[in-house]
Design a protein around this ligand. Structure first.
Ligand code: SF4
Ligand code: SF4
Length: 277
């Protein structure tokens, strides 16, 4: 399977956010301004022309602080809209990802008091399928089975789960805890299937090791732009510790580059054929 750099791109559409989560990598990057609507449209057209981008991951900050722009960009190509879920969520062509980092009490401890209830109410108003995205760390990983059970019952279609990539280091999963977490994810994947829990054995083994170094699929395949429209190096998570990387898409795309058949198959399923065959 051939896959070119930039078929998948990501943009930090804003440097602003209405939350202040304990594990946030984005705030550590210290962005202070952002492109205007027309400038972003031009920048995305450039991605399409230069790299053949066919899937745009819209991140922030909180992208729905620029709701109209998100909708405008979705007129150009399919998007994955990644939101903290605290603002009304529009329907898009592509996928909606809502960040939920634990059962109610733990989620609120990480993301701010009362945020869980607001998300539930915004999701109740959403009429398209959605994916829950979760970042596991030493504080929240044990609640993952309850989180999955609750959100499958609430109607979530799938789960996009990463492990926290430091800094900050105090909540990173290491040693026995990391093993325990990966074993739990393996069990959940076998129970619900990989269309719900987006993992393969290759990816879980890779996440256990953490270190992707130069083979990182994200670094090699995804073009990421900061709020000013500049290319981020080496990846969206610029400044994080590659030796302890837990980013789901990094392990997914590394499996693709390495030719793992199950991981290629999963990537094709969740990216809706964007990667080609
Ligand atoms: S919602 Fe996202 S960007 Fe905002 S503080 Fe939380 S992790 Fe950071
Ligand atoms: S932080 Fe993770 S995704 Fe980014 S380049 Fe390093 S290993 Fe890859």
């Amino acid at each position: 399977m051939k896959i070119c750099r930039g078929l998948v791109s990501s943009i930090d559409v804003t440097h602003r956010c209405n939350l202040s989560c304990k594990h946030c990598y984005f705030r550590l990057q210290k962005h202070f301004s952002e492109l205007g609507d027309d400038e972003w449209v031009e920048r995305v057209k450039w991605l399409i022309g230069e790299y053949g981008t066919r899937l745009l991951i819209i991140l922030g900050g909180e992208p729905l602080l620029r709701r109209d722009l998100c909708i405008k960009l979705n007129g150009l190509l399919p998007i994955w809209l990644v939101t903290n879920g605290t603002l009304p969520i529009p329907e898009v062509k592509g996928r909606v990802f809502v960040s939920i980092d634990g059962t109610e009490q733990i989620h609120d401890w990480i993301r701010g008091r009362g945020t869980y209830r607001v998300i539930v109410s915004n999701i109740d108003e959403l009429s398209m399928p959605y994916t829950v995205t979760t970042v596991l760390n030493a504080v929240n990983y044990k609640c993952m089975p309850d989180l999955v059970d609750e959100w499958v019952r609430r109607g979530a279609e799938s789960f996009w789960v990463s492990l926290h990539t430091p800094p900050p280091y105090d909540i990173v999963l290491r040693g026995r805890q990391r093993e325990e977490c990966i074993n739990m994810l393996r069990k959940l994947t076998s129970e619900y299937g990989s269309d719900v829990m987006w993992f393969t054995d290759y990816m879980l083994d890779s996440m256990l090791r953490g270190d992707l170094t130069d083979m990182c699929g994200c670094r090699r395949l995804v073009v990421s732009l900061d709020p000013m429209g500049r290319v981020k190096v080496p990846c969206e998570m610029a400044g994080q510790d590659c030796s302890m990387c837990g980013l789901h898409i990094a392990h997914l795309l590394t499996g693709v580059i390495r030719g793992d058949a199950d991981t290629i198959n999963l990537a094709l399923r969740i990216m809706g054929g964007v990667l080609g065959g």
